[in-house]
Design a protein around this ligand. Structure first.
Ligand code: HEC
Ligand code: HEC
Ligand code: HEC
Length: 449
């Protein structure tokens, strides 16, 4: 009898808790759905589609690097299907060709605009921020219209069904993303995006491209635990202050005084300049996006970046005395450390005893971001796997850095990188053989089919 009462009480309490939870979930879902009601899905273009508009859209699609994510490796352009790793699983990009069955062929301008600038998909559900809509919110209405005109009229339709995301339930539920978005992504201002306040037209253009379509911050700005970028514009000193991407050091773009404006432009246009060559994921950014931009736009980007003050004291102030000391020691070739010997045997022929390389051919190692990064993984990876500059209109020839995986063992490579990171004017922590082994294993795993 007693236990019966207890059971009933337990059941009633259990039921009311379940009801309360259900009510909360429903309310949260409803609010999520409400948050997705932004923009106007029925909106149409405010201008006629002309060849000039389509051409401008094609240029803007380059500036936004849409092809990078919306094209599977070896697949047709813009047909989607590229898997993007996220902490909760793989998110597949979608088909944005104008195919009417599997692409965006039947979409209104409004549906396109909501996806690009507001992170709301064509079915009204919230998108994952793997699509960089927090940056694209800054794109002007005129430019969003040109993009739509291009994707509907300038891109070949490809019949390719979208792949389901590899995210397990309940993490695959989308409505919580609406909360994320309303907390962390800006909403486009009515009319014309979120234009920069800079009074100088060139700086404003640079800010617009960097913060908006260029979405440079999605790789160059550190992220918080909740995955939003710590700053979407220069109002925050952490904006573009450098971070890591899959273990690869992404340098700060602030305090860019160590590169001249011409060097920045050369790097973005051709993947190399008087001191550096591009590697890692930036290589694709250059090949697919920045190398297609006009010289005026690249100068605007460079001028804007150069205005951003360094977040910390620049580490790579030239130190001619220290650099000269290392060069003298390598030249004399006596009393060399193991790392210095490995350097002379394998690297000196191209990067020279000065560590200066040769302008536009061999990048400089003295003062290079990749050498001085806190995490040496990218440096180790370049030496193990080698690298190649991209072929661009400005610099069509491909310059290879050979792979040393088969020639230098873990201990010698640790000694070599430790020397690189303390030689000349460089200053970064020593590297252990374990760190080299970890990168070697990762590369091996990546190569396995
Ligand atoms: C960094 C990667 C990345 C870039 C760059 C990118 N996208 Fe996306 N995009 C995605 C992913 C991933 C999705 C799917 C998101 C999801 O499923 O929630 C997506 C979704 C979309 C959708 C919505 C599809 C739908 O079914 O509702 C459109 C439209 C779109 N992108 C257009 C563009 C355009 C236009 C550009 C260039 C201006 C662009 N994207 C650049 C990754 C990217
Ligand atoms: C997909 C990620 C990604 C995006 C998007 C991206 N970058 Fe990068 N960027 C990198 C990585 C990684 C490096 C390091 C390259 C290396 O180690 O050689 C880099 C390096 C650079 C460098 C060289 C800096 C130095 O000190 O060596 C510049 C300049 C640069 N990026 C500018 C830009 C600009 C401008 C944009 C936006 C138009 C941009 N990046 C967008 C990943 C990215
Ligand atoms: C045959 C000439 C050659 C040799 C030998 C060579 N390199 Fe390179 N190295 C290059 C070229 C060319 C690049 C530019 C490739 C790129 O960035 O895609 C490069 C790039 C690099 C980079 C990346 C620089 C950056 O800013 O991203 C590092 C680091 C580097 N080399 C270190 C070394 C070390 C250490 C050795 C010896 C173990 C070595 N290299 C041997 C030609 C060479």
């Amino acid at each position: 009898m007693k236990s019966n009462v207890k059971n009933t009480t337990r059941r009633v309490v259990g039921l009311s808790v379940a009801t309360a939870v259900l009510a909360l979930v429903l309310a949260a879902w409803a609010l999520g759905a409400l948050l997705n009601r932004t923009g106007d899905a029925s909106a149409t273009l405010s201008q006629a589609v002309t060849p000039a508009l389509i051409q401008r859209g094609a240029y803007l699609a380059r500036a936004g690097d849409c092809v990078a994510c919306h094209t599977a490796h070896g697949g047709p352009a813009f047909a989607g299907g590229l898997g993007i790793q996220s902490p909760i699983g793989t998110i597949y990009s979608t088909n944005i060709t104008p195919d009417t069955a599997t692409g965006i062929g039947t979409w209104t301008y409004g549906a396109f605009e909501r996806a690009v600038r507001r992170g709301v998909g064509h079915d009204g559900s919230a998108l994952y921020p793997a699509m960089p809509f927090p940056s694209y919110a800054k794109v002007s209405t005129a430019d969003t219209e040109a993009l739509y005109a291009y994707f509907m009229n300038g891109v070949a339709p490809v019949h390719q069904a979208n792949r389901a995301n590899g995210i397990a339930w309940p993490l695959s539920i989308r409505w919580p993303l609406a909360y994320w978005r309303s907390l962390f992504a800006p909403t486009p201002a009515p009319g014309d995006g979120l234009a920069s306040a800079a009074s100088d037209a060139r700086i404003a253009r640079g800010a617009y491209l960097v913060q908006g379509l260029g979405h440079c911050g999605s790789c160059h700005t550190p992220r918080a635990l909740t995955m939003q970028e710590k700053g979407l514009d220069d109002a925050t000193p952490t904006y573009l202050s450098g971070t890591e991407l899959n273990g690869w050091a992404v340098p700060a773009l602030r305090g860019g005084k160590h590169w001249s404006q011409d060097d920045l432009v050369d790097y973005l246009a051709g993947g190399r300049n008087s001191t550096a060559s591009v590697a890692g994921e930036m290589k694709d950014v250059v090949a697919n996006s920045t190398s297609h931009l006009s010289v005026e736009d690249l100068h605007a980007i460079a001028a804007y970046l150069q205005l951003l003050p360094a977040q910390t004291e620049p580490r790579d102030r030239p130190q001619p005395e220290r650099s000269a000391a290392t060069t003298r020691q390598l030249t004399a070739a006596t009393d060399l450390s193991l790392g210095q010997r490995v350097y002379l045997d394998n690297c000196g022929a191209c990067h020279f005893v000065t560590g200066q390389g040769a302008p536009r051919v061999f990048p400089r190692l003295d003062g290079a971001s990749i050498v001085n990064a806190q995490n040496p993984a990218a440096l180790i990876q370049v030496i193990l796997a080698g690298a190649q500059t991209p072929s661009t209109a400005q610099s069509p020839s491909v310059l290879p850095m050979p792979s040393f995986a088969a020639r230098i063992n873990d201990g010698d490579l640790a000694a070599l990188t430790t020397f690189l990171r303390s030689g000349w004017s460089n200053s970064a922590p020593a590297v252990s053989a374990d760190q080299v082994r970890a990168v070697r294993e990762q590369l091996g795993a990546a190569r396995r089919p």
